[in-house]
Write a protein that binds this ligand. Structure first.
Ligand code: F6R
Length: 261
């Protein structure tokens, strides 16, 4: 696992956008897994900037949502599909119909989960999966106690997560849906490169547990320890509880070019 510690959100954007640009340049049909929420925003802003100013193109790419709320009206602005279109996909040159997500409005959400897994497989799997981390250690919406081998399925959000996300729903916890469809931890681990972004003091404890604690279903993000190519990009506030902080900084500072992103 590589741990990159940066000083400013713009640096998070730059580091992760370099990895995304690498995928776009090296794959004929690149596939990106998109997280929503606050963490990936500096990345999306940098990718939009590179698209507008440097011609970075997403024309050959497909994007897959990491998760989606169940029970939100199709016109709701906080639907993750709408969020992803607004904050990234709709601002660059993805081809129409190349943003995929589980169909949360189908009669059988359980069938949607299986279909979504099949869509990811048909696209050849995900090249680079962006992740945030919940303050309770979740990735996607795999809450603590989620099976480390889980596949895309319906999950119930914890009260802690609904509290965290109430800021997107006018501060009303009751307005935050209870249920979601999320890629499972097993699904996430199949992506070829995992990039987890953590910003702010509120992520310090869960990040330390995920990176340096034991592998446990109680900290779903600890599953990244199993992945052969996982990158954590964190700001100082999120990283300060890491025991090997100085080692990670030195390793990144001295990183040889041949190692790549
Ligand atoms: C969002 C997602 C969640 C968030 C996590 C952190 O698609 O899957 O795991 O990444 O809840 O949210 P933020 O980034 O808003 O702190």
């Amino acid at each position: 696992m590589e741990v990159v510690i940066v000083e400013k959100p713009e640096e998070i954007g730059r580091v992760v956008a370099d990895a995304v640009a690498g995928v776009l340049a090296s794959r004929a049909r690149p596939t990106l897994g998109l997280a929503t929420g606050s963490s990936p925003l500096p990345v999306y802003q940098e990718l939009i900037r590179r698209h507008r100013e440097e011609g970075l193109s997403f024309q050959a790419a497909s994007a897959f949502l990491l998760d989606e709320y169940l029970g939100l009206d199709a016109a709701h602005p906080e639907l993750y599909r709408t969020f992803a279109e607004r904050s990234f996909v709709g601002q660059v040159d993805f081809e129409q119909g190349r943003l995929f997500g589980p169909d949360v409005h189908a009669k059988r959400a359980d069938v949607s989960c299986k279909e979504y897994e099949a869509q990811i497989a048909a696209a050849g799997g995900i090249d680079l999966q962006l992740l945030g981390i919940g303050s309770d250690g979740h990735i996607g919406f795999n809450e603590p106690s989620s099976s480390l081998g889980s596949r895309t399925r319906i999950k119930t959000l914890t009260r802690a997560t609904r509290c965290d996300n109430a800021r997107f729903f006018g501060g009303q916890i009751e307005a935050v849906p209870r249920h979601v469809i999320t890629m499972g931890i097993g699904t996430i681990l199949e992506a070829r490169h995992l990039v987890l972004i953590a910003m702010g003091e509120g992520k310090a404890t869960c990040l330390a547990e995920a990176v340096e604690g034991p592998l446990t279903a109680m900290v779903p993000a600890s599953a990244l320890q199993l992945h052969p190519h996982a990158t954590i990009v964190a700001d100082e506030a999120a990283a300060h509880k890491l025991k090997l902080l100085d080692y990670y900084k030195e390793t990144y500072r001295e990183k040889p070019d041949w190692q790549g992103c």
